[in-house]
Design a binder for this molecule. Sequence first.
Ligand SMILES: [Zn+2]
Length: 269
Amino acid sequence: MKHRNLIQLLDNKPNYERLEIIIQELDKLGIGYSNQKYSSGTNLIVDLGNAEKRIGISSHFDKVQTSAGANDNGSAIAVCLDIIKKHKNLGNDDLGLRVFFFDEEENGLQGSTAYVKEHGTNDLIGLINMELVGLGDKFALWPVTERANSHLLSSFESTSKQKQIISKRFDQIVTNTADHLPFQKAGLQDSFTITCISDKDIQVAQKYFEALELEEDKHVLFEILSSAPIFQHYHKPSDTFDKLNEETMQMTTEVIWECLLLANNHTTK
Ligand SMILES: [Zn+2]
């Protein structure tokens, strides 16, 4: 199934139905999963391979009520499911992955926070989280400083370079809030979020940071941000599957997948 077809199924569904749809997809693939229930929600977790330490890949399945939830974050769900499929087809148990579908990201990162609280991060090598990976032809990696140098991060960057896809580090995006955060706070340094962006988004980001330096007021900053293509449908009813680019999600799946193979190679040897 194409990424967009799956996202079409998810569009506008309440969060519990989105979770059910993901479970149905896993059932079709014959892939086992576990539910982590916590006080206000449920995370879905898929372990693949037989490694002692795993690489984490994550998306959140909840959406804000006002949005159809396609780019935020149906796109990341579709990529996660595709990674699971690739792992199944590979049939190699040496590659240990933990794929997360977090609940309540939009409600203050409650799902990922509950996970880290209960399970910690000791059995993880790192975490690649995804937010809005359905539009654009470049990667934004955040929050990643110029000096950062860690295993998963460099595997991702060298894979994307090899495929001639630009990946750009941002030490802060607008809020820096996403599901990587509880993991980072718990000491898992090699954790970051990927967002797909376009040239226009990069131009807008430059303008935004210039305006920040000049201490422009909130209204001006908001106007600038609103002109970025990535924010055109953000948290709006118009964030639907038909706006998304199949190629963008394919690109994301392929780069992450090859990054995982590369990172795993270096870890086990
Ligand atoms: Zn999101």
